[in-house]
Design a protein around this ligand. Structure first.
Ligand code: HEC
Ligand code: HEC
Ligand code: HEC
Ligand code: HEC
Ligand code: HEC
Ligand code: HEC
Ligand code: HEC
Length: 314
């Protein structure tokens, strides 16, 4: 009886969590619905007072908000109009809104003890030394790498090196492989990333295994993520910097506590340059069944064999 009660209460608790989560998402959606009606689609509908008709237009693809990414970002609890003006609720949007000053990361997070561990001030200091800020000045903002709609922490929270590398490199490549975005902050032609790195053997694999910032930033032990991106002359080109027992990656990509335990177990193999850990880390369940199956069949074979020998002896 007690057992049954416990079971029911667990089911109720689970249902409660589900309902709660759905309600929360729905609340977020309800609040932002007006905006997302247009800004989550490739087309939007507009009422034309001249013709009295509803017309469909194409949405600028850069103005489309990906709702799933928005909901998994650190600012997912926000309403659009917490950051944007309420005047956006009417369309056509007022032209003046184009010049509306937007809050920067530091406006909201600077000097707030709650976010002290992220060290926003130190990050800003380091960023201002970086080649991006040195060359492009105020044209280059934190937002250029951190989309406020979608940003979420990875290096700090993920325990998979591959995820950290993928998400951090995507930030750089969003611009370094998109000529239009690149031209927002640069006045020269966009360098082709694959050509520039042709000296690096198998750069596709390298870009999946190390971050752009591991080769391109000056270390800062006080920061979780170094933000001082340097001119190309200072980038790491020497293979031994990584491919050695005392790899510099121990101080950068592999320094995070969340992946330390794996390093201690010897899972990470850059230091020996083989991929043994991948095999252990990605077991396919079907293989397990097949292996057990083969084992059982082998046992059955032995039993039948022994049985026949006993019968034979008689
Ligand atoms: C009827 C469709 C529609 C609705 C509703 C709508 N927008 Fe827009 N919005 C657009 C279109 C189309 C553009 C492209 C530029 C233009 O036509 O003004 C745009 C542009 C924008 C821009 C970019 C302005 C720029 O030039 O950089 C922002 C920011 C924006 N909308 C925010 C919002 C917010 C916030 C809401 C909800 C409060 C909202 N929009 C509701 C259609 C809409
Ligand atoms: C945490 C603050 C924040 C929230 C919440 C927010 N935005 Fe934005 N949004 C910004 C900033 C900052 C920019 C300007 C980006 C830049 O300068 O590159 C922006 C730009 C935009 C643009 C112009 C295209 C672009 O990406 O530059 C659109 C469209 C837009 N927002 C729509 C929305 C809608 C719709 C929502 C709600 C679902 C929303 N925003 C919620 C901060 C926010
Ligand atoms: C309009 C104010 C505002 C702006 C602008 C803003 N944030 Fe936030 N941010 C917040 C608030 C409020 C929270 C807490 C949200 C919550 O707890 O649900 C938050 C949460 C975060 C978190 C998660 C903190 C944690 O404890 O896990 C990070 C990281 C973060 N923001 C980074 C940034 C970065 C980087 C920028 C600039 C690109 C930025 N924010 C811009 C208000 C802002
Ligand atoms: C050239 C790109 C770039 C620029 C510009 C940039 N960042 Fe970052 N930032 C990154 C990358 C990459 C990460 C690592 C993201 C991750 O894995 O969590 C990061 C991480 C962060 C984090 C999380 C660090 C942690 O301890 O978890 C904060 C906070 C942050 N940046 C704030 C800022 C602020 C504030 C600015 C502007 C002064 C800025 N960033 C400018 C690329 C950039
Ligand atoms: C918004 C677009 C944008 C983003 C995002 C961006 N960059 Fe850049 N980057 C530029 C532009 C533009 C230049 C060229 C500046 C110039 O020379 O005028 C540049 C220059 C560089 C250079 C210097 C090359 C030289 O000439 O010495 C390096 C290295 C670099 N970026 C690496 C990165 C890394 C690593 C990231 C991600 C953490 C990143 N960038 C994110 C736009 C971007
Ligand atoms: C293994 C180290 C390493 C990695 C990883 C790496 N780079 Fe580089 N990168 C270099 C070196 C070294 C140079 C200078 C090459 C030269 O001058 O011949 C360079 C050059 C560049 C330049 C300058 C191009 C020019 O000629 O102006 C840019 C931009 C750049 N890298 C961006 C990136 C981005 C974005 C990533 C991540 C996808 C990345 N790098 C990953 C080492 C690296
Ligand atoms: C920033 C650090 C870094 C630098 C610099 C670097 N590598 Fe790597 N390299 C890695 C990582 C990480 C891997 C992936 C290892 C893994 O998955 O176990 C790798 C993989 C490789 C592989 C494939 C090994 C395999 O197991 O398939 C080769 C070959 C290689 N690197 C050669 C070089 C050469 C040659 C240079 C210099 C021109 C160089 N690397 C520079 C970090 C680096």
């Amino acid at each position: 009886m007690v057992y049954l009660y416990r079971k029911i209460s667990i089911i109720l608790l689970f249902a409660g969590i589900c309902v709660g989560a759905t309600a929360q998402m729905a609340a977020m959606k309800e609040d932002n619905k007006t905006c997302l009606d247009c800004h989550s689609r490739q087309t939007y509908t507009l009422h034309n007072d001249w013709t009295g008709q509803d017309e469909r237009r194409l949405m600028n693809p850069y103005f489309v908000i990906d709702t799933m990414q928005y909901l998994s970002g650190v600012h997912n609890g926000f309403s659009c109009i917490d950051c944007h003006s309420m005047d956006y609720e009417t369309y056509p949007h007022n032209n003046e809104l184009k010049f509306e000053p937007m809050a920067t990361c530091l406006d909201c997070h600077g000097g707030d003890p709650h976010y002290e561990h992220f060290q926003f001030e130190l990050i800003e200091e380091e960023f201002q030394k970086s080649i991006h800020f040195q060359r492009a000045g105020d044209l280059f903002t934190c937002n250029k790498c951190h989309n406020q709609h979608y940003y979420r922490t990875t290096a700090r929270s993920s325990s998979r090196v591959a995820d950290i590398v993928a998400s951090d490199n995507a930030m750089c490549l969003a611009c370094h492989s998109n000529a239009a975005k690149f031209s927002l902050a640069g006045s020269r032609d966009i360098p082709v990333i694959n050509e520039v790195h042709s000296w690096l053997p198998n750069h596709e694999l390298h870009f999946r295994s190390v971050r752009c910032i591991d080769c391109h930033t000056a270390f800062n032990d006080d920061l979780m993520v170094s933000h001082n991106i340097q001119a190309k002359e200072h980038a790491v080109k020497n293979c031994a910097e990584c491919h050695s027992a005392n790899s510099m990656l121990r101080a950068s990509l592999y320094k995070y506590e969340n992946i330390q335990s794996r390093q201690d177990k010897g899972f990470l193999s850059v230091f020996q340059t083989n991929q043994a850990y991948v095999i252990g880390a990605n077991q396919v369940p079907a293989f397990k069944f097949i292996t057990i199956g083969i084992l059982l069949m082998a046992f059955a074979g032995i039993i039948v064999h022994v049985a026949f020998r006993i019968i034979h002896k008689k």
